[in-house]
Design a binder for this molecule. Structure first.
Ligand SMILES: Cc1ncc(COP(=O)(O)O)c(C=O)c1O
Length: 399
């Protein structure tokens, strides 16, 4: 087992120019470990409000207060220029999101964190293969986390990567203390799940299959955001930092997030990781077509290097109608993060953004499209007459 871990970690280390890497059963568990290691309990963490709510609950579980950041309405990246000095001075850490693979401005954030003497933590779940400032996303932070459930498609696993290799072994011990033992039934379910899903799709059984998943407790999102359950959350906060009281929020979409991986998981992960460069090429090609379209908020990058975005956030006037138009062509739109976390959770659980308008506009108009379906998606949107949305300059995003 040790050698299977070591092989995966070596693969990732090479991608990140030699940075030390630790395999974790999920990106969210890696993030929890990083937040516990680098942030003092009760600390305040600047984060993106247009983000998976699971990440919000990980920050709360780590005993930290989320502080929502202003965003550039064109691509949902953090806008450091719009963060007031009074907010910077109260922070214990900055957590980037690199939403859909669009890099947050890591060089600027790194410099700012250095001046403040606080850690930069990078969530690179969506951003494997993307560079910023000439370096891979995930090599700027004191710690960074990656998910093997996104481009890699392994539906399990991730990495915690650290700038100081001396941190690695202590983090490995902390990871092991949080792991739940491997379970044969979960391993078998993991191996069968892709087959069950494609069989259900082939038989057009998507609806019954989803009902079955719901019955099994695997579907905990009746809408885009999971139910907040504020009273229970307040009780859980009294026990933070700790993972167990937050389990019912953090496990959403992945009940195995802290399961020790068995041989089957590790073997499939290794095969998927070996194919990652081919997948990234396909993402790059589709990203170029989507960024060149009338629906792109930023257009093609000036330098010509197209990132392998995980999803390309097209900007459309009527997002719900666009989602329905794509659904009719059997293109499923996931990874929607609307409303922003401050509107979702309220001031009881987070500091609101000092300038929330850009994030709210982006969350409402962004249509995250899988770049591997670029041509079909563009054809569907054009056939439907979907109108591109353009943010007004008053919403900010001057970079
Ligand atoms: C931005 C972001 N970070 C982290 C994660 C968590 O990744 P994992 O499912 O590997 O825990 C997700 C999951 O969708 C995500 O969207």
């Amino acid at each position: 087992m040790v050698s299977a871990y070591a092989e995966l970690e070596e693969h990732m280390r090479a991608r990140l120019g030699g940075r030390a890497c630790l395999h974790v059963p999920s990106c969210r568990l890696g993030l929890y470990l990083a937040l516990r290691r680098w942030c003092p309990p009760g600390g305040r963490v600047l984060m993106s409000p247009v983000n998976d709510d699971v990440i919000f609950f990980v920050v709360l579980a780590a005993g930290l207060r989320p502080v929502q950041a202003p965003l550039d309405p064109r691509d949902g990246s953090l806008d450091p220029a719009a963060v007031p000095d009074s907010v910077w001075s109260g922070l214990s850490a900055v957590l980037t999101t690199n939403l859909y693979g669009n890099p947050d401005p890591a060089p600027e954030l790194r410099a700012r964190c250095d001046r403040l003497g606080i850690p930069l933590l990078e969530d690179a779940a969506h951003a494997v293969g993307t560079t910023v400032g000439g370096r891979p996303v995930g090599t700027w932070g004191d710690a960074s986390v990656f998910s093997l459930s996104k481009h890699t498609g392994a539906k399990t696993g991730g990495f915690l990567s650290v700038a100081d290799p001396a941190e690695r072994d202590a983090l490995a011990a902390e990871r092991d203390a949080l792991l739940r033992p491997a379970r044969l039934a979960k391993e078998i379910a993991y191996l069968l799940r892709p087959h069950a899903e494609s069989a259900a799709r082939g038989l057009r059984l998507a609806r019954p299959a989803h009902a079955a998943l719901r019955a099994a407790g695997l579907h905990e999102r009746p809408g885009i955001r999971m139910p907040l359950r504020p009273d229970e959350l307040t009780r859980a906060l009294g026990a933070a930092p700790a993972l167990d009281p937050f389990d019912s929020w953090i496990r959403v979409d992945m009940h195995t997030y802290r399961l020790r991986p068995g041989a089957a998981r590790l073997a499939r992960t290794r095969r998927r990781l070996a194919a990652l460069d081919t997948v990234l090429d396909a993402h790059r090609a589709g990203t170029a077509r989507l960024l060149a379209s009338e629906y792109s908020g930023r257009g093609l990058p000036a330098g010509g290097e197209v990132p392998p975005l995980f999803r390309v956030p097209l900007l459309v006037e009527d997002r719900d109608a666009a989602v329905a138009a794509l659904a009719r062509r059997r293109i499923t739109v996931g990874y929607l993060y609307d409303p922003p976390l401050d509107a979702y959770a309220g001031e009881a659980f987070t500091d609101p953004s000092p300038a929330p308008e850009g994030a709210a506009w982006f969350a409402r108009h962004a249509l995250p499209v899988d770049p591997r379906r670029a041509d079909e998606a563009l054809a569907a949107l054009r056939a439907r007459g979907a109108r591109p949305a353009v943010p007004s300059p008053a919403l900010g995003g001057a970079r």
